[in-house]
Design a protein around this ligand. Structure first.
Ligand SMILES: NC(=O)c1ccc[n+]([C@@H]2O[C@H](COP(=O)([O-])OP(=O)(O)OC[C@H]3O[C@@H](n4cnc5c(N)ncnc54)[C@H](O)[C@@H]3O)[C@@H](O)[C@H]2O)c1
Length: 318
């Protein structure tokens, strides 16, 4: 069995990924790391956890050697909205941190580096409808710039050193866990506010269409690419998507469950970010090269989110 190290493991994705990895690969083969000293939930489930800042060269290499790590899943990142508030921090964590992880993977000859990218790697000059896998990438946020950097460096190390780099351009990922400061976060907070107050003030305009997927599809795509046969991959970075919708469409679907739900729109700086991103993605390369096939569409996603967040809030929807 391979041994995995996950960075940024207590983020929105890590909170779902770590339990799924324990089940799939076994507790003894997963090392979770993050910036917090302790994670009570991980302690409860006996997860191997270490404090690690991804910029710490010595700390990262020590853990790789101590646990004889084969594969790194690099999830530590500053997301789009937080990055725009502090571009220097985003540069330091997303670019310098990524370089540290990439170099450690090369120097210690690890088997694979998986580092998620994002739809934010695209920009206003990209064809924004049905965006192809390989197209213009000139993002206008520091987050997007850092994702293009990671993709290109990963691909360069793949050509130069045969480093097994793989990346997914996740769209907005939806789960009942708190999102980490991105632009697609509205599509999670809307459920919380609809269930708690029947009212949501949306920071995007009503018509901003963005690609999204439910967390279970995010995990499915991650495991599928992690475990894909290398000889079948002609790309290293892939578009993946399951649906696209606007805030207006999402609010209308939520109203089917909460008829007196109300939404108002007060677009802020995130509206401009969102309008520079794809409205929908062409994920045919992922489908062709490693069999990507999402499970959850829009209506089912809304049902799952209402159920999950009601449970979290202790609200009985029946
Ligand atoms: N959630 C989404 O909708 C989404 C969409 C596209 C791409 N992604 C990508 O997926 C990955 C995981 O995203 P997420 O949603 O879990 O993000 P998140 O913000 O919820 O979690 C990131 C984690 O990284 C940690 N972190 C920040 N700086 C660190 C540092 N210096 N050292 C170690 N840890 C650090 C944070 O504490 C946090 O726990 C990121 O690369 C992100 O860009 C996420």
């Amino acid at each position: 069995m391979k041994k995995y190290l996950v960075t940024g493991s207590y983020g929105q994705i890590g909170q779902a990924l770590i339990p799924a990895m324990l089940e799939r690969y076994g507790k003894e083969n997963v090392v979770a790391t993050g910036r917090k000293r302790k994670i009570p939930l991980f302690k409860e489930h006996d997860v191997i956890y270490h404090r690690l800042d991804v910029r710490d060269q010595f700390g990262l290499r020590s853990l790789i050697v101590e646990y004889d790590i084969d594969i790194i899943i690099h999830n530590a990142s500053v997301l789009s909205a937080t990055g725009e508030k502090n571009p220097q921090l985003a540069h330091s964590i997303n670019i310098e941190g990524f370089y540290n992880v990439l170099e450690a993977t090369r120097e210690l000859n690890l088997e694979q580096l998986f580092a998620p990218s994002s739809i934010a790697a695209f920009g206003p000059s990209t064809p924004l409808e049905n965006t192809p896998n390989n197209t213009i990438m000139r993002p206008t946020t520091i987050y997007g710039v850092s994702k293009v950097y990671s993709e290109l460096m990963g691909e360069y190390y793949n050509q130069k050193y045969e480093l097994n780099f793989r990346s997914l351009r996740y769209p907005g990922v939806l789960s009942p866990d708190e999102p980490g400061g991105g632009t697609t976060d509205y599509a999670i907070w809307i459920f919380y506010e609809a269930l708690k107050r029947k009212m949501y003030k949306c920071f995007l305009g009503p018509d901003v269409r963005l690609p999204m997927m439910l967390m279970s599809d995010c995990l499915k795509s991650t495991f599928d690419l992690l475990e894909a046969d290398d000889s079948k991959l002609t790309d290293r970075s892939f578009n993946v998507t399951a649906m696209s919708f606007t805030p207006e469409e999402l609010a209308a679907e939520i109203k089917k469950y909460i008829p007196d739900f109300n939404i108002v729109y007060e677009p802020d700086f995130r509206d401009k970010i969102a309008r520079s991103w794809p409205q929908s993605l062409d994920d045919n390369e992922a489908r062709k090269q490693w069999g990507w096939d999402p499970e959850f569409k829009f209506e089912k996603m809304v049902e799952v989110m209402i159920e999950g967040i009601s449970q979290k809030l202790g609200i009985d929807q029946k």
